[in-house]
Design a protein. Structure first.
Length: 144
């Protein structure tokens, strides 16, 4: 876990994060980690804006997403925040475009801080997955 998290922390601190294969790999690993953790926790979280648009059009959201037809999967996705979209999942972390990926890595400290609070508020903070989210929140908060 340390290598890819360290890369994400460093990218989030960079004035202009390098969007390359290493970042894509780290985002894929984070997607996989959060899929398992969020499925275990079952706690929804509507996180920070990661829109390249001027408005709050897209946010990082943890919940059971209807990603494939007829099947919902827990995880984090970039979702449309438009009221009529009902938090429709649009991209995985890796699947987002270059500009949005830079916003995603910069938003990770806020994302993990908020997600850890939501997990604690749901009474799941002392579970193994809850402690993992809290540890990620600590790692990313040390970067800010």
């Amino acid at each position: 876990m340390n290598d890819f998290v360290t890369l994400l922390v460093e990218c989030g601190r960079a004035a202009q994060p390098t969007v390359d294969e290493k970042l894509d790999d780290a985002l894929t690993r984070l997607d996989h980690l959060l899929a398992g953790v969020s499925a275990d926790l079952g706690v929804e979280y509507y996180g920070p804006c990661v829109g390249v648009e001027a408005v709050d059009a897209h946010r990082l959201v943890v919940r059971a997403h209807a990603w494939d037809m007829g099947r919902a999967e827990w995880g984090v996705r970039v979702c449309s925040a438009a009221p009529q979209a009902h938090w429709r999942a649009e991209w995985t972390l890796r699947g987002a475009g270059r500009l949005r990926k830079a916003l995603i890595v910069r938003a990770l400290p806020e994302f993990f801080a908020g997600y850890a609070q939501a997990v604690a508020a749901a009474g799941r903070g002392q579970s193994a997955s809850g402690r993992r989210v809290a540890e990620l929140a600590r790692r990313f908060s040390a970067a800010t």
